[in-house]
Ligand binder design. Structure first.
Ligand SMILES: Cc1cc2nc3c(=O)[nH]c(=O)nc-3n(C[C@H](O)[C@H](O)[C@H](O)COP(=O)(O)OP(=O)(O)OC[C@H]3O[C@@H](n4cnc5c(N)ncnc54)[C@H](O)[C@@H]3O)c2cc1C
Length: 386
């Protein structure tokens, strides 16, 4: 038997994973007087790889890659505008500047087929309550005069926007540290075992005893849950990102594509963030996300095709990170088979949904009404025979 963990012998709640979800969840619980520790195999305080797009409309990338998930995506759709409003409220609550701009977001088309796809998508999204419209090229030229000649039209979603995740992550970390949340960094959580009514979680520095445990470890949650006989099928998806040097204000909106992998936005710093789902790879025993040159080239080539004025800008940084993909829906709430074990995994575009997802799970843990119908997100949907 290992000695107890030196920093965290015993705690009310141990949150495994200090991304945006785990960090915010710890903050919401600590505000209510719950003793919380967060353990992460990297740095705690936010999801460091993500691009800061606040997504609301259904992303064509996910519809194309995982058509079987579209019904789940539709069930989750109403959460996205609420997730964006929750980010605005969090910014106000923390009194911090997130560079959060509600500019609206385009999904552009380069052919009549793509525009027809967007028309069908927009009709469905309007039925589900989103504020979306289809714009022709002449209208686009009036409000977004930066697109290349190939763009024929776009879907505009008014509720979309962007923020600077580095600013958010710093503010969230400061917030939870100020609340006394114990942060265990660069420390992987190992096997979880039942101990009485609580749990023991193994770490390299000794076991941690916790009354309740939250799996907020993204795709890492799958292995952790398996130790307790629980199925949570969360897959790692390594993705590539780029950021350019700063330039004058050029792109106001968030930009995506109806059929190709691109997201584009300009931060308040003047830098343009270019991503959209190009693959990275996992290397080494621990599966470290590593950039692929082919993704870098294809991603920036497509970016300058959509917005030609990007072409002279230098890419000053590229990085890779791990996205988590389940079934198009979040996994939020108590795992019925194992009382005291909670899952907190947002659905696609999980940064957008991160603070709201964390708040929902925190409310459930506090025995309060989460303010949402959480049944579509129940971890129990993966239980055998469910
Ligand atoms: C490159 C990229 C760009 C993205 N851009 C956007 C975007 O613009 N907008 C958007 O809405 N979403 C975006 N996403 C998705 C978004 O970043 C994720 O959905 C979001 O970060 C999920 O937050 P999380 O806290 O659930 O998980 P994560 O941020 O993945 O955090 C989970 C944490 O758990 C830790 N962990 C895992 N296993 C263990 C273990 N055994 N022990 C200890 N710690 C463990 C991990 O190290 C990690 O820090 C992007 C994702 C990537 C990869």
């Amino acid at each position: 038997m290992l000695a107890a963990h030196p920093l965290l012998g015993e705690i009310d709640v141990l949150v495994i994973g200090g991304g945006v979800v785990g960090s915010c969840l710890a903050g919401f619980l600590a505000e209510e007087g719950v003793g919380v520790g967060v353990i992460d195999d990297g740095r705690i305080g936010g999801s460091n790889a993500n691009a800061g797009s606040l997504h609301v409309q259904m992303q064509s990338r996910f519809m194309r890659l995982y058509p079987e998930n579209v019904p789940g995506m539709e069930q989750q759709l109403p959460l996205y505008p609420r997730g964006v409003r929750f980010w605005q409220a969090l910014q106000a609550k923390l009194g911090s500047e997130f560079d959060l701009k509600m500019t609206g977001g385009f999904m552009v088309a380069e052919s009549q087929d793509q525009l027809d796809f967007l028309k069908v998508k927009a009709r469905r999204e309007r039925e589900l309550g989103l504020d979306v419209e289809i714009l022709d090229r002449a209208t686009l030229d009036r409000i977004a005069p930066y697109f290349g000649p190939a763009v024929v039209g776009a879907e505009l979603c008014a509720n979309e926007g962007k923020l600077d995740p580095l600013l958010c992550n710093v503010a969230i970390r400061r917030w939870i540290k100020g609340l006394g949340v114990v942060l265990l960094e660069n420390e992987p959580a190992g096997r979880i075992q039942r101990e009485g009514a609580g749990f023991t979680v193994q770490t390299d520095r000794g076991p941690i005893k916790a009354g309740r445990v939250v799996l907020a470890a993204g795709s890492g949650s799958t292995d952790l849950a398996r130790d307790l006989g629980v199925a949570i099928p969360a897959r790692p998806e390594p993705l590539h990102m780029n950021i350019t040097e700063a330039t004058m204000p050029l792109i106001g909106h968030l930009i995506q594509h109806a059929d190709r992998m691109i997201t584009l936005k300009q931060l308040g710093t003047g830098q343009i963030v270019i991503g959209g789902g190009w693959p990275a790879r996992l290397t080494g025993g621990r599966g470290y996300p590593t950039v692929e040159l082919a993704s870098l080239i294809a991603n920036v080539t497509l970016a300058q095709h959509i917005v030609p004025r990007i072409a002279p800008l230098r890419v000053i940084r590229t990085w890779a990170g791990i996205n988590t993909s389940v079934d198009g829906r979040g996994v939020l709430g108590e795992v019925g088979q194992v009382p005291g074990l909670f899952a907190a995994i947002p659905g696609d575009a999980g940064y957008t949904l991160g603070p709201l997802s964390a708040h929902i799970v925190a409310q459930l843990m506090l025995g309060r009404d989460p303010g949402e119908d959480v049944s579509p997100f129940s971890p129990g949907r993966f239980a055998p025979g469910a």
